[in-house]
Write a protein that binds this ligand. Structure first.
Ligand SMILES: Cc1ncc(COP(=O)(O)O)c(C=O)c1O
Length: 411
């Protein structure tokens, strides 16, 4: 990888050579990309892995190309397992985090009256899925209360609900899409393990930003996307499936010929591994791009990334806090690199367009994305700025200056 070649430290040391990392990231030349919570900028090795494979498919045929690259393709599972401290056989590739989440939910044989215990800061699509389960299967959705002052879920109250209601599923989002709040997923997990409750974690915004260790979290299932802080391609994600879940025989509804063997005219048998949650058809160029992205993240080093990325966000928050008409919205003692704020005197689209016009990528969040959180905060919309380790302090300061200028020109 280029970062190895061009970095000053030895290959075995964690590297954060910004010059090399930015040279490895073509997008850094053209934009100030503060939309990593939407989709990170791909590094050259990711792009290269994908383009090479597309060329190979065109040259020798799709099936032949995947056979020729079998080792590199298998490395997606190996690298992802290394990233989250599990084995390759516990990883399933998915077309998105939402797809992985739906597959996981489909494996649970919900009965009327079953309880899904979740939080008030869970991802919008997960909440819609629970509501759909309520509509179709009559499950009850219980939201654990929050601590005061936007500090996230009250774990003790959630644990009391676990003991009193014995939920069929406990579900938490590590970092929601609509703010930088970091939920205490490992503390929740400790209670789930004690009580032997099925536990599903959405780590979409935290994987690639923080060290994610499924053993430490104590989850049974974990979903993530590859395109955000992992800087992989769009249209990709993964599902972690614990041995507990595999051994207990959970399988997705509509398992296919890859996830199961058709053992006789009337019988099938799921495969033993998390491949049970995969499908026959893979976008192999994307899988290879993801493998390259995860290897890249491991090479850069999650630990320095986890130090630098939230620190850049903290620097940005510090400057935004001084701007009149700007209200910062991120709660919790140590927010992640999703900086959200409301701004008086602007409508959402013109404000984002004004940021776009300054070459700054950002994202909007609306109340619909966070029915509980935005109601509590009394906001209809906010702008989200999400830097990553390859962004610079100079960029942070330029972004803050742009917000200040726009806030000053608000009517
Ligand atoms: C917390 C969280 N969970 C899940 C998702 C969904 O990911 P995907 O678009 O890959 O399905 C997102 C996307 O923004 C997210 O922020």
């Amino acid at each position: 990888m280029k970062i190895q070649d061009s970095a000053s430290e030895s290959a075995s040391e964690p590297l954060l050579d910004l010059t090399a990392l930015r040279a490895d990231t073509p997008g850094c030349e053209s934009v100030i990309h503060f939309n990593n919570a939407g989709c990170g900028l791909m590094a050259r090795p990711v792009l290269g892995a994908m383009l090479d494979h597309l060329h190979l498919e065109a040259a020798i045929g799709g099936y032949e190309a995947s056979a020729a690259r079998a080792t590199e393709i298998a490395d997606f599972h190996a690298a992802t397992a290394e990233l989250i401290n599990t084995r390759p056989s516990n990883i399933a590739f998915a077309g998105s985090a939402t797809h992985a989440y739906a597959k996981a939910l489909s494996a649970i044989d919900f009965r009327p009256g079953d309880i899904v215990l979740t939080t008030r800061n869970d991802f919008i699509s997960n909440q819609i899925a629970f509501l759909a389960l309520r509509r179709r299967h009559g499950v009850e959705i219980v939201h654990a209360p929050d601590q005061p002052d936007g500090r996230g879920v009250d774990v003790e109250a959630m644990a009391a609900l676990m003991r009193a209601r014995r939920p069929r599923l406990v579900a938490a989002t590590h970092v929601p899409t609509n703010s930088g709040l970091v939920q205490p997923v490992a503390e929740i997990g400790r209670h789930c393990r004690e009580l032997d409750l099925l536990y599903l974690v959405d780590a979409c915004q935290s994987v690639g930003q923080y060290d994610i260790d499924v053993e430490q979290i104590g989850c049974d299932l974990l979903t993530a996307t590859c395109r955000k802080f992992l800087r992989g391609p769009r249209g990709s994600g993964f599902l972690y499936v614990s041995d507990r879940v595999l051994t207990a025989g959970y399988e997705p509804l509509f398992i296919d010929m890859y996830g199961a063997r058709w053992t006789g005219p009337d019988t099938y048998r799921p495969v033993d591994t998390a491949a049970r949650f995969e499908e026959w058809e893979f976008p192999y160029a994307t899988v290879l791009g993801c493998a390259a992205a995860v290897r890249y993240a491991l090479r850069v080093g999650i630990e320095p990334v986890a130090r630098r990325t939230p620190a850049l966000a903290a620097r940005l928050r510090e400057q935004l806090a001084d701007i009149p008409r700007v209200r910062l919205l991120d709660g919790g003692p140590a927010p992640a690199a999703l900086v959200t704020f409301a701004i008086d005197g602007w409508q959402p689209q013109p404000f984002k367009a004004a940021m776009d016009a300054r070459g700054i990528n950002s994202a909007l969040s609306f109340r619909e994305f966070a029915q509980f959180d935005f109601t509590d905060k009394d906001v209809e919309w906010c702008l989200r700025l999400s830097p990553h380790y390859y962004n610079t302090e100079v960029e942070v300061d330029a972004v803050a200056a742009s917000v200040a200028e726009l806030a000053g020109s608000a009517r």
